[in-house]
Design a protein around this ligand. Structure first.
Ligand code: UDX
Length: 443
């Protein structure tokens, strides 16, 4: 492995995985972030996010002296390859991705970088952003010949480190061959293993990222609509998903019916793609429809819970199991569970939640976070399973029967074991299935 000097700017979720991953390959990585608190934590080997295996991997590369952390971009003056992974949040006003952090980061790099350095953009950015940044560098730093390359990430929260080490493809977009090659070399370990490299121009690369996330969001939304149909006409949505997923043209992944997609990427990226389409006069009608259906899904779920509770939520206590937007992460950004908590509180319900990892900052006299499933279920007229954590799958709800006000479960994730002995004593509603009324008989 050649020894490139690499800098990662923005050590949030994506940047930190990138830095630790490349350092594990033996490359020397300088990490820069404006957040001094975060840098101080990282220096001690403490990752600011919860991610399987990350802490061990971080400590290992620190111990080997392969990674350093700083708030000063000037410390990266000897680097020849910069990965930028700063946030591009959605602007509430326009729906566009906000690029001020990215612009500031690229300017900061350009000011200290040595000539011919390459700046690879890992942040998800509107199509055309890299071309715009390149034009700016050519104008403001003409003598330096700095090159912008687009290099999107495809990491899933919860499995990000594993995804980094086992990519299905690497996407590199740039307008100069030398710049693309420099980025490509940092992934030499993958290329040696036969991982496909999609090498193109910046616009193609930027589009791949949005199209991939929009397609997956569409797949989730599609199975959710079919699940609504199955709920009414009868059938088993999991078997339907399996039946179509075994067709290799469709594939089995992202066909799990649930409360709709959430998290820090799908909602933001689908909205950005729709906005880009409109701006260019090429409306992305499928994506726009997907966004609309996904947004209304949480509201429909609430209506279903409400009707099962006699149309009155006010004064009733509801247990919400799970807050994270999906299992194995502490991320609550755009989480369906969190939206449901807020909606329940607005309807006057009293909410008690439990999540094994995620925490929520809601200051409301009718809201309490509990330390166990049992504590959350105390006095509950409804138990909602909102995140697919493993411990909800195997939980013996017989143990909370003496605690609940009513034996009613709404399973938004279809994880509760409906073959368990306690099931006949409960009213159970699941996404994709009609209400199963308690028969009272033990199975
Ligand atoms: C996603 C992309 O997968 C990743 O490639 C990209 O880089 C970032 O965005 P992430 O946001 O971590 O990753 O979550 P992911 O596992 O893809 O799930 C997205 C949403 O879809 C979640 O809300 C999840 O619950 C939902 N989902 C996913 C389903 O409802 N059903 C499924 O079958 C799959």
């Amino acid at each position: 492995m050649q020894s490139a000097n690499i800098c990662v700017v923005g050590v949030g979720y994506v940047g930190l995985i990138q830095a630790v991953g490349l350092a594990s390959f033996g490359l020397k990585v300088t990490c820069v972030d404006l957040d001094a608190r975060k840098i101080a934590m990282l220096e001690k080997g403490i990752p600011p996010i919860f991610e399987e295996g990350l802490e061990e991997a971080l400590r290992e590369v620190i111990a080997r002296g392969r990674v350093t952390f700083t708030t000063e971009i000037a410390a990266a003056g000897d680097c020849d390859l910069f990965f930028v992974a700063v946030g591009t949040p959605t602007s509430e006003r326009t729906g566009n991705a906000r690029l001020d952090y990215l612009d500031a980061a690229v300017s900061g790099i350009a000011a200290i970088a040595r000539p011919e350095a390459v700046i690879a953009v890992k942040s998800t950015v509107p199509i055309g952003t890299c071309a715009r940044l390149q034009a700016r560098l050519d104008r403001d730093f003409a003598g330096k010949h700095l090159e912008i390359v687009s290099n999107p990430e495809f990491l899933r929260e919860g499995t990000a480190l594993n995804d980094f080490f086992n990519p299905e493809r690497i996407v590199i977009g740039g307008n100069s061959e030398a710049a693309r090659d420099k980025v490509r070399q940092s992934y030499a370990a993958f290329e040696d293993r036969g991982v496909p490299m999609i090498v193109s121009d910046t616009s193609t690369s930027e589009t791949i990222k949005y199209a991939a996330n929009a397609f997956l969001a569409t797949k989730v939304t599609f199975i959710n609509e079919i699940s609504d149909l199955v709920e009414t006409v009868g059938g088993d949505i999991d078997q339907v998903a399996r039946g179509i997923g075994l067709d290799s043209r469709i594939g089995p992944q992202f066909l799990k019916a649930g409360p709709g997609y959430g998290g820090s990427c799908f909602p933001k990226d689908t909205l950005a793609l729709a906005t880009i389409g409109r701006r260019h006069g090429v409306q992305q009608q499928i994506v726009e429809t997907v966004i609309r259906i996904n947004d209304s899904r949480r509201f429909h779920i609430l209506k279903r819970i409400e009707s099962a509770m006699g149309d009155k939520l006010a004064g009733k206590r509801v247990a919400v199991l799970g807050l994270a937007f999906k299992a194995n992460t502490d991320d609550v950004r755009d989480s369906p569970a969190v939206d449901i908590v807020h909606a329940l509180l607005e309807e006057g319900a009293e909410v008690r939640s439990f999540d094994p990892v995620a925490k929520l900052s809601v200051d409301h006299r009718c809201y309490r976070q509990c330390e166990s499933i049992a504590a959350a279920c105390e006095g509950a007229s409804a138990v909602l399973v909102a995140t697919e954590w493993g411990e909800f799958r195997s939980f013996d709800f017989a143990s909370v029967e003496p605690l609940v006000e009513r034996r009613y479960i709404f399973d938004m994730r279809r994880v509760v074991d409906i073959t368990a002995a306690w099931v006949p004593r409960w009213d159970i509603e699941r996404i994709g299935s009609p209400l199963m009324r308690a028969t009272g008989e033990a199975s």
